[in-house]
Every structure is written in C-alpha cells, then in structure tokens.
Design a protein around this ligand. Structure first.
Ligand code: GMT
Length: 371
C-alpha cells in the first residue's frame, strides 16, 4: 500500500507512534510518505520506501497567523498525486483530519481514504474547546476510519462528541528488541544500586503535573538515596526547577531537555513517575515498562490499561503525592521487590503491546477502507 502519514514532528507521544508506525509499515513493504513542517524527531534517517515532504511556511504581512491547515492540505494533495497515495493517516485530529479531508477533495480522482488516529488531548483538552468541538466531531464522522489508542479514549470520544462513527481500538506499541532491559533475565543490573534513579519524561505542560514529580522525589529522598532525571521541556520546566531548589533537592535533579533516544536513559532508570492530570495512554509508561522499569502514575484515563496496579507499578489518585511516594518506596524497598516489578513490567509490555501484533491491526484498517 502507499500511505501518507502526518503528525506533530516535535516531541510528543503521537509523533513517536506515527513515526515508528511508518518505519514498521515500510519494513512490511509499504511505501510511506511523511508530510509535515519538519522531520519527525524519531525519523533520524530515511529507510528505503520512506520519504519526507516538507510543508513550506511562508510569510505575508496580511497573514498574521499562517494558515497551516490549508498549506498542509495542499501539500497532502500534491504528495498524494506525486506518490499515488491510497491512504492519508493522520495522527492527532486537530487540525490534521480536517486537512486530510480537504486534500481528499482536491484530488478526487485518487479516491484517497482518510484514517484518523485519536491520541488524547485532541479529544480530552483541545477538541473539547468550543473553538474546535464541532470541527472535531465533523472530522471524526467523515474520516474513512478512526482509531483510538485506548479503551478510555474511545469511550471518552463517544461520551464527549456523541458521534456515530465506529472507532477501532488500537493500542500504542513498542519494539521489544529496541526497548529491552540491559539483561533480560536479571532484568536490570542496576535494579539494586546504592543510589536509585527515578525518571520523568514529558512535554512539561500543566497536564503532566511536573511539580508533583518533584514533590514525590523530595519525599522519596527522605528515605532513600536517589537522583531524578527530568527529560523533555515545556512551560513548567522552570517552575519544577524552582520547586526543586525550594525543597532542597536541586542537586539531585538533572534537567536533560529533549532527547531523541530515551533508551540509554531508561537502561539506567529504576522507576518512572507519571503523575498526570489526564493521560489517554501514557506511551512513556509503556516504553519504560518494556525496558524493565516499573511505573508509579496517576489513576486516570487509559493508564490502567497500561500499568497493572500492584504488578508492574502502582496507580494513585491525581495529586496524591504521599501515596505515590509510598508506592515508589514499596517498589524500590529491596532487591527482590525491584526485580519482581521490573520483570512483570517487561512481561506485560511484551505480551500486550508488541509492534508485531499491533502494526498488522493498522494494516487491516487500511485494507478495510480500501475495500
Ligand atoms: O501528552 C501529551 O501532551 C502529548 C500527546 C501527543 O499528542 O503526543 O500525547 C498523547 O498521545 C500519546 C500517544 O498516543 C499518549 O501516550 C498520551 O497519553 C497522550 N497524552 C495525553 O492524553 C495527555
């Protein structure tokens, strides 16, 4: 098949899923064309059958806000014509589904099919906004197929938008060979260190509650020697840094910024903290688990579909930093507990979210819409 993929190219789970999916599809012999304003973060090199097409951003005094959706739609149509695309698969509804539906009308002769994957905040935050609510519902109804990355998100979409469209549940995935503990049987050589490494990965937006991460870490260090790796960047990074200073733990917290390859960091991590306000899936939790890293997260959204409470980590109510600290201490209490959680985390990630099982589910959706 010939598939066009559009996503947000900067850091963020939806871009990661879109890019990894595209690479695996090309590995299965499909032609994949990425269409965006810059190269997706994880598209570090173009493998055979993968191409990248840049949407040009032009400036003109009249255009105070550049109409990206229109430029993207034109580019999608141009690339569709050039590459004879059959499917446009957009990751994140706003504004990509609308752009794809426009592109479909620009080149009616191609009979392009639009597949929209809902990732989370396109439904739970942005799509809900009155400015986007009706267009989000319209694009869901008019896509040829719609997929959601968790049961929670699928149900939330029906609840929030009262759409009739059939939504396929297709979970996010990992490559078990790439995301692997350093030593599969012993799980991690670092799972019983003198100093524990805790990690948080996000875009540091308010929804991620990064100050909760710092508070949990500060309480944790009252009992255990530890360091905290804060990976990513965003509006709340400086607030988190100030709080670490105020709580006297700044020296143990490293802000490493946006990182292309999280794997070497995960290999040195004992526990991931993800105390989000909302999380449709929590791809970072899955990537951590695949690397044998247990997770303490908030009990929201689709996180309970990823993290098995009491087995691969723990879930606690949003904002309950005391409970999350206790859970972190329980997991890292002794070597056997560390290993037990690490093994279970790896096992669940591989059994339920292996790309070998998930990517064919997307291929089945493409085949279905193409009739
Ligand atoms: O978490 C974000 O703010 C980024 C967002 C995105 O679009 O990249 O993440 C969403 O999609 C990810 C991939 O499907 C999910 O793993 C995240 O849980 C989801 N984020 C939220 O629902 C807040």
């Amino acid at each position: 098949m010939r598939i066009g993929i559009t996503c947000y190219p900067h850091h963020g789970g939806s871009g990661v899923v879109a890019t990894e999916l595209g690479k695996h599809l090309a590995g299965h012999g499909h032609d994949v064309a990425f269409i965006s304003y810059s190269t997706p973060l994880r598209l570090t090199e173009l493998a055979p059958r993968v191409s990248f097409h840049e949407v040009e951003i032009v400036s003109y005094p009249l255009l105070k806000q550049f109409p990206y959706t229109l430029a993207l739609a034109s580019k999608m149509a141009e690339v569709a014509r050039m590459k004879q695309l059959q499917v446009l698969h957009v990751h994140y509804a706003i504004p990509f589904a609308a752009a794809a539906l426009l592109a479909k009308q620009i080149v009616p002769e191609l009979n392009l099919k639009v597949v929209t994957t809902l990732h989370g905040t396109d439904i739970t935050l942005v799509g809900r906004n009155p400015s986007f609510r009706s267009i989000t519902a319209m694009t869901i109804e008019n896509s040829d197929a719609v997929t959601a990355v968790s049961k929670f998100l699928k149900e939330e979409t029906y609840r929030e938008f009262s759409v009739k469209k059939e939504i396929d549940l297709i979970y996010n995935f990992i490559d078990p060979d790439r995301h692997a503990p350093v030593c599969t049987n012993c799980v991690s050589p670092l799972n019983c260190p003198d100093q524990f490494t805790l990690m948080h990965i996000s875009n540091f937006r308010p929804v991620k509650r990064v100050t909760d991460v710092i508070r949990i870490f500060a309480r944790f260090t009252e009992k255990k020697n530890a360091r905290l790796v804060m990976m990513g960047d965003g509006p709340d990074a400086s607030t988190a840094c100030r709080l670490a200073e105020d709580l006297g733990v700044r020296d143990q917290v490293e802000f490493v910024g946006v990182v292309n390859n999280v794997i070497p960091f995960l290999e040195e991590t004992n526990l991931l903290l993800l105390p989000s306000e909302t999380e449709s899936f929590g791809l970072v939790a899955l990537e951590a688990m695949a690397s044998g890293v247990p997770v303490v997260a908030s009990d929201v959204g689709g996180l309970s579909e990823v993290v098995e409470h009491g087995m691969t980590g723990f879930l606690a109510p949003v904002g309950d930093v005391a409970a999350m600290t206790e859970y972190a201490l329980e997991i890292l209490d002794d070597c056997s507990s560390c290993r037990k959680f690490a093994r279970a985390a790896r096992k669940r990630a591989v059994e339920l979210f292996d790309y070998h099982d998930i990517v064919p589910q997307y291929e089945a959706v493409y085949e279905r819409v193409l009739g």
